[in-house]
Design a protein around this ligand. Sequence first.
Ligand SMILES: NC(=O)c1ccc[n+]([C@@H]2O[C@H](COP(=O)([O-])OP(=O)(O)OC[C@H]3O[C@@H](n4cnc5c(N)ncnc54)[C@H](O)[C@@H]3O)[C@@H](O)[C@H]2O)c1
Length: 255
Amino acid sequence: MQTNNGHDLLAGKTIIVTGAATGIGQAFALGAGQQGAHVVVADMNDAEDTMAQLKAIGAGATFSKVDVSSEESTRAMAKTAMDATGRIDGLVNNAAYFREVKLTPFEELSDAVWDRILAVNVKGIWQCCKAVMPAMKAQKSGAVVNIASVVAVAGQPGYLHYVASKGAVLAMTKGLAKECGANGVRVNCIAPGFVLTDATKDRPIEWQQSFLKARALSREQRPNDLVGSALYLLSDLSDFVSGQTIVVDGGHIMY
Ligand SMILES: NC(=O)c1ccc[n+]([C@@H]2O[C@H](COP(=O)([O-])OP(=O)(O)OC[C@H]3O[C@@H](n4cnc5c(N)ncnc54)[C@H](O)[C@@H]3O)[C@@H](O)[C@H]2O)c1
């Protein structure tokens, strides 16, 4: 499909973006739509704004209400994509238990919060990958992009449950890449720095400024700063790249 702005990096591809109702996921969805993809906007919340913006740029879009931590729900998400276009070319595992995360000393974290964050951020990626794999295997191609965080590389006090979950995302990217390569499926990861979204705008200002000062490129990071890397990893431009993590944080962490 050719969109009205003439870009076609993802033309003919169907891309599922989880957590696409807001923030970074919304930016990924719009970026994919601008590049000609049919976008499956998958979120546990309604996503009228993302859907309206995709339609406004002439992109194909289908909404799927999903809880990524549920096998049944993620299977329904994959079926929605297949019913809409008959294929699944890309999956962006962006949904996360993140907005709700409160800075908490690790000795004070509750079992319930620990279990929920692992269920969404870790098990959720497993469930989503399981759900799309039959379609990708049948096509002998596919691109999965997992969203981790620089805190998985650098650590962050008061965030142990979140750091653990995102560390697992880095490791799962490598494990999945090795296991899926035989079927022509690539699995990569993006680790964002501190990004200004509705989820983070109320975090302490000193904390926000400490990230800004540590960057080689000393400015705020916005969701759109992540879109180019996601498009690269979803597209054929990266067709021999798998198991890699791109840190997109303005040059804070260098590893
Ligand atoms: N904003 C940052 O500073 C930052 C930094 C590093 C990594 N990240 C990661 O980027 C991603 C997006 O972050 P954001 O700032 O846009 O957050 P956000 O809270 O604005 O967006 C998360 C989206 O995921 C959805 N979601 C949450 N749980 C879900 C579930 N169980 N099933 C389906 N959908 C679910 C929410 O409804 C929401 O739309 C997350 O993976 C987050 O961990 C964010």
